[in-house]
Every structure is written in C-alpha cells, then in structure tokens.
Design a protein around this ligand. Structure first.
Ligand code: NCD
Length: 313
C-alpha cells in the first residue's frame, strides 16, 4: 500500500484519514515488537529531527527524541527555546526556516494556536504539531486511540467519558475528533465544570458524524456506564484569572471510591502530567489505570511509527 504520510506535515487530526490511522496503528505494533526484541534499528540513519518546544514538555519531547534515536536517526533537541536566537529577537519564521535547512522533520510545540501550521507554511520539511495552545495535540490522540482499541479490539460501541478541562485541554480536542474516525458507535460524556466545557465546534462535529454526547459536571452518575475514563488536568497556564483556576482546580478527584461501581474492564487514562491530584495516586497501580503503563509506552511506539511513515517512502 502507498504510504500517504510520507513527506506530509501532521498539524491536526483532520490531516489523517481513517485508513492512515490504521496504517499508523499497524506500524506501531511493528515498533513495539522491534523495541521489545532488539531495542530498535537504523532505518532512519542519516535523517535528523529538530524538536522545537516553545512550551514545557516531559513526555512528548522525550518520546519523540527517543523514537528518533531508536530508529537510528539524529536529533536537534530544544526543550525550551531560551538558548536560541529567539531570545535575541529572531522571528518565528526565520527560526523555522533555519531548522528546516538542517533537519528532515520538525516537531513544534507552542503556546499559541496555529503556530505549528504557520511553521509548516515556511518549513521546507514536514512539521509535526506537538501541541499548540488550546488547539490540538494529534500524536497524543493517535496513541490514545491506539491504546483504547488495544483494550477493546472487538467492541462495536463505546462509552468514553472525558473529564476535566475540556475547554483548554488540547488532548481531548484531538482525541474526540480521532475517535469519530473509527467505524464504531461512540457515546461521549463531556464532564467538566461549567466554565470549562467542550468547544461548540467539536460538539457539532460529534453530532454531524452521528455519534452522541451529553454535557454535564456530574462525574459520579456516569462512571458505571463508561468503558473509558479519560481524565485531564485543569490547564492553569491558560487562565488569566488565577482565582478562577483555584475555584475549579479541585473539581474532580478520581479515586478508589469514584470507580467502585465501574465495569470490570473499564480503563482510566490521562495524558499526564497529573497536576493537582485529579487522579489519586492510590490508583497509579490499579489494574484499571493505563496512564503510567500501556498509554505511556504506546506514545513511544506511535511516535516511532509516525516518524518512520513521514520520513521513509
Ligand atoms: C498534555 C499537553 O501538553 O497537552 N501533555 C502531554 O503532552 N502529554 C497534557 C497537559 O499538559 O495537561
């Protein structure tokens, strides 16, 4: 099959067809076997990835770097741009053009929506959006959906509860849109405080694609029916009024009590970091919890798959 991702940027999950999504999943499984059996190989030897992170990152940065290195490629790692000429006043466009002269692919994270897209317009090489403000985080969504499907491979209907900051959390924006690409019936529970509800445009897309959703601030009534509890951090850095943040930051505390009536195979996910105990640490090693286990590991395999598909015909 032709590789439709070759040479292409990944800015939004809208850039990915259902066919491409499953192609990435198949490649991610190959990557898992490769890492398990021999750590990696050198298929990306001679290729360079530049990571340009204008916002803090632990997992996204490190897993892209690891992914590139496990496939034999080289890296230009900038976790923070403080030590680049951005500090001297160099423009975003020039910075992107410079790195795209050296590297074969750019991974860009930025606090403003649309910056990775802007980067892709001036870059001579593909750009991967590693999170743009309250916009999207496509590679995260791809591995989240991969993780969900690995747990529920044959299920034809799913109840997915997204909990927390659905307004500012980019992971849940990309995740909702990616789940809509699957050939299964999905009910979304958008569970958030009133001031942090899911974007109208995404809710419209859910309805347009024939899926259903409810919007509520009540977590307890919806745990029992859920197959997936996807918990998110209230995004402190997106608030202009920190008093408002203080009012909502502790809205949800998922713990053993919360999930006592959950389905046996219900899974708890979180893109991490857990900031203020929105999931109690007592659940870290609970069999329902995947956020420090499969979900995290799949991030590496999916990013290896993405780099392989984008950088090799
Ligand atoms: C997320 C992000 O940066 O959007 N982190 C991540 O990449 N796993 C989630 C978050 O910061 O809350």
């Amino acid at each position: 099959m032709k590789n439709p991702l070759f040479g292409k940027s990944l800015i939004s999950v809208d850039d990915i067809s259902a066919t491409s999504l499953f192609l990435i999943f198949e490649r991610a499984k190959i990557m898992r076997t490769l890492v398990t059996n021999q750590g990696g190989d050198d298929r990306l030897k001679g290729k360079i990835l530049a990571a340009l992170f204008f916002e803090p990152s632990t997992r996204t940065f490190s897993s892209f770097i690891t992914a590139m290195q496990r496939l034999g490629g080289g890296i230009i790692p900038n976790n923070g741009m403080k030590n680049t000429s951005i500090e001297k006043g160099e423009s975003f466009e020039h910075t992107i053009r410079v790195f795209s002269t050296y590297a074969d692919c750019l991974v860009v994270r930025h606090p403003l929506v649309g910056k990775p897209k802007q980067a892709s317009e001036v870059s001579s090489v593909p750009v991967i959006n590693a999170g743009d403000g309250i916009g999207e985080h496509p590679s995260q969504a791809i591995y989240d959906v991969f993780t969900i499907l690995e747990r529920f491979p044959a299920k034809k209907d799913l109840v997915v509860s997204l909990i927390g900051d659905l307004k500012n959390g980019r992971t849940v924006h990309s995740l909702t849109k990616t789940l809509l690409k699957l050939p299964i019936k999905i009910k979304f529970n958008f569970i958030s405080p009133q001031i942090l509800v899911m974007h109208e445009a995404i809710k419209k897309e859910v309805s347009k694609k024939g899926a259903s959703f409810i919007q509520t601030d009540d977590l307890y009534s919806h745990v029992k029916e859920s197959n997936v509890l996807y918990v998110t951090r209230v995004q402190k850095e997106r608030f202009t009024d920190l008093k408002e943040y203080d009012r909502v930051k502790d809205f949800y505390k998922v713990n053993e009590e919360t999930i006592k009536n959950a389905k046996k195979n219900m899974i708890i996910m979180h893109p991490l970091p857990i900031a203020v105990g929105e999931i109690d640490r007592q659940l870290d090693d609970n069999p329902h919890s995947l956020y420090l286990k499969d979900q995290l590991k799949n991030g590496l395999f999916v990013r290896m798959a993405l780099l392989d598909l984008i950088l090799r015909k």
